[in-house]
Design a protein around this ligand. Structure first.
Ligand SMILES: Cc1cc2nc3c(=O)[nH]c(=O)nc-3n(C[C@H](O)[C@H](O)[C@H](O)COP(=O)(O)O)c2cc1C
Length: 432
């Protein structure tokens, strides 16, 4: 545990992470195209003194009818500008791809948001795994992982150079295989100097990028040993680059299904299961594991071959970070119980790539405290099953428990996200 307070971000995935969130939320399916919906979630999060509002990104036109309705249609930085206006302290983290954006434009967009929000913005840099994205940008396939990460390294360096130059007003010159940029953004440094960098992607290349440049990492780890290992690895990369370990916070995803009692939580989960069936989760888990799981009997023991190493990990278009976490966690289950079935795995791991807790506010607080104190997490990216109720119960019932345990703030002490996350002051131009 390297800080006094746990970091808690709310990951606003459409109407919730549950595939049937649109049926659980009680909101119209069109809510996610209104500013009011996101502003209200921001206000609830701020009532609970949460750290930041987090948005994922999917730069692909969606073809799969299973992800409709309820798929978020609005672009992340546009939503964050609305949330900025509706709140005064909440951090604003937006995901945008390094593969399918331009660094100069992105640097200007996030620095603008940072000014408008008084220093609360952060950019989550991802390289994109959705194979459909490339098609939207005139490619027949996404570039392979090695190329994506080489571009990501260069992209993040250029964005940081532009932001640092905005502080001291000197032109930059950056030229390499991907970009050729000279000059200066038409903006000064922001109240926090410049936006923070967040990273998501758990392959070795992703962990290196995170340790070298990020102030927070969104990870997908299921077990405490895997969480501890990932945490330590990224902190060590940071230290190798001469950065304080506290300049990069590790934030695993945590899916929550909360009830005031265990029976209430179980009932909430059972209702969702009845609505959704097994098919969609089988498909999602299959994509993450790079296998078609529909070809296996669901009530037979989990097929070991699905967990075998990939022939060419670099050619695997989905996230290696997600895959390796799953392979390890399912492998552990099978070692403990050879009768562990595909259905068991779907019920346990099909929920959207992240660890899930179904339980009471006390139980949710316990797991947060356990990972935080053990040194497997500096905080969490929270993913409620459905908004707004899943966030409201967290704010009203889990936050007070964490406060009583001395793990979470009672009120905001800082305005900028940099101060709140305890990150070193922004440097002006890079000495390098
Ligand atoms: C926890 C987590 C969250 C991610 N969120 C997104 C996202 O919102 N949008 C996106 O395009 N990619 C996302 N990615 C995937 C990244 O694009 C990632 O850079 C790419 O798939 C390579 O992942 P890898 O380093 O785990 O192999 C995410 C990955 C992880 C592990």
């Amino acid at each position: 545990m390297s800080r006094d307070h746990v970091i808690l971000n709310i990951n606003v995935l459409d109407l919730g992470i549950s595939p049937v969130a649109w049926q659980l939320s009680g909101l119209p399916k069109t809510a996610t195209t209104t500013g009011d919906y996101f502003a209200e979630i921001g206000r609830i999060a701020e009532r609970g003194t949460l750290d930041a509002f987090f948005l994922a990104d999917n730069p692909a036109i969606r073809e799969d009818p299973l992800v409709r309705p309820g798929g978020r249609a609005l672009e992340p930085t546009t939503i964050l500008a609305t949330v900025a206006a509706a709140t005064s302290h909440l951090g604003l983290i937006g995901t945008l791809s390094t593969t399918f954006n331009d660094p100069v434009e992105l640097a200007e967009r996030f620095l603008s948001l940072d000014h408008l929000s008084g220093g609360r913005a952060a950019w989550n840099a991802v390289t994109t795994y959705n194979p459909a994205a490339g098609g939207n940008f005139g490619l027949t396939a996404n570039p392979d992982r090695a190329t994506r990460y080489r571009r990501a390294d260069s992209f993040v360096d250029l964005v940081l150079a532009l932001w640092r130059a905005a502080i001291d007003g000197h032109d930059i010159a950056h030229r390499d295989e991907f970009f050729d940029a000279r000059g200066l953004l038409p903006l000064d440094g922001s109240p926090q100097g410049h936006p923070l960098i967040v990273q998501a992607g758990g392959s070795p290349q992703g962990r290196d990028l995170a340790g070298r440049t990020a102030n927070a990492v969104f990870t997908a780890e299921w077990t405490l040993p895997a969480g501890l290992e990932h945490y330590e690895q990224v902190k060590q990369v940071a230290a190798r680059h001469g950065r304080p370990r506290s300049d990069v916070a590790i934030l695993p995803g945590l899916i929550t299904v909360i009830g005031s009692t265990e029976a209430e939580a179980a009932e909430r989960y059972r209702t969702a299961r009845e609505l959704q069936g097994l098919d969609q989760e089988l498909a999602i888990l299959g994509t993450q594991l790079a296998r078609d799981l529909h070809t296996y009997p669901v009530d037979a023991p989990f097929p070991q071959e699905v967990l075998a190493d990939l022939d060419d990990p670099n050619a695997f278009t989905a996230s290696l970070g997600f895959r390796e976490s799953l392979v390890r966690a399912i492998g552990d289950r099978l070692a403990d119980n050879p009768g562990y079935t595909l259905r068991d795995a779907v019920l346990e791991f099909g929920a959207g790539g992240h660890r899930r807790i179904i339980g009471t506010p006390e139980q949710v607080a316990d797991t947060i405290e356990q990972w935080f104190r053990a040194g497997a997490a500096d905080g969490f990216n929270l993913m409620p099953d459905a908004f707004p109720s899943g966030l409201e119960i967290f704010v009203d019932e889990v936050v007070p428990i964490l406060r009583r345990r001395g793990l979470f703030r009672h009120e905001y002490a800082e305005v900028t996200l940099r101060e709140r996350f305890g990150i070193s002051a922004a440097r002006a131009r890079d000495a390098a």
